[in-house]
Design a binder for this molecule. Structure first.
Ligand code: PRP
Length: 177
């Protein structure tokens, strides 16, 4: 298969991603055995991982989505909810699903905000953990891969809104033709 322009190398193949998602799904099934779980996705990046995960979970799941915006400049790390969840989460088991945790600002803000709504439990699952960029600590309950400090695309991650739909995770170098 020819790789799109700018793809430097494949970090995790489609098979490796699928295998790892199955393993993490098994961990989640073990933790929530006998309960129902609500997966909360953060638009847009997490949609691809959330659906792949949901399809291999045995635990019954509901899904809901929110969208956020982050402010740079004078207020780094400031996050605001642009589109809120459709439904309350009170007394539910909630799994926040992210495609990537970088600085940690987004996840920390969302975990704090969701915790204030009285869920029965709240946990964080991410496809990718780019730990070297962390500025604030967030507890990651389930993680598929830790990645180096490189720009990556695929499985929900984009370059100028493209490449989210790649089934693999690749290092991107926009200068590479
Ligand atoms: C990405 C990702 C997380 C956030 C993580 O979203 O989906 O929400 O960044 O970064 P942080 O740990 O530094 O806060 P992005 O802003 O790229 O939006 P997208 O999902 O629409 O691509």
């Amino acid at each position: 298969m020819t790789q799109p322009q700018g793809i430097e190398r494949v970090l995790f193949t489609e098979e490796q991603v699928a295998q790892r998602i199955r393993e993490v799904a098994a961990e989640i099934d073990l933790k929530y055995r006998g309960r129902a779980l609500k997966l909360i996705g953060v638009l847009k990046g997490s949609v691809f991982f959330l659906t792949a995960l949901a399809r291999v979970l045995e635990t019954p799941v509901k899904v809901d989505f929110l969208a956020i915006s982050s402010f740079g400049g004078n207020s780094p790390g400031m996050v605001r909810i642009e589109k809120d969840l459709d439904d309350p989460i009170q007394d539910e088991d909630i799994l926040l699903v992210e495609d990537i945790v970088d600085t940690g600002f987004t996840s920390r803000y969302l975990l704090q905000t969701l915790a204030g709504r009285g869920p029965h439990s709240l946990a964080l699952c991410t496809l990718l953990d780019r730990n070297v960029r962390r500025i604030v600590q967030v507890p990651i309950d389930f993680r598929c891969f830790e990645i180096p400090d490189r720009f990556v695309v695929g499985c929900g991650l984009d370059y100028k809104q493209l490449y989210r739909n790649l089934g693999y995770i690749a290092v991107m170098n926009p200068e590479k033709g």
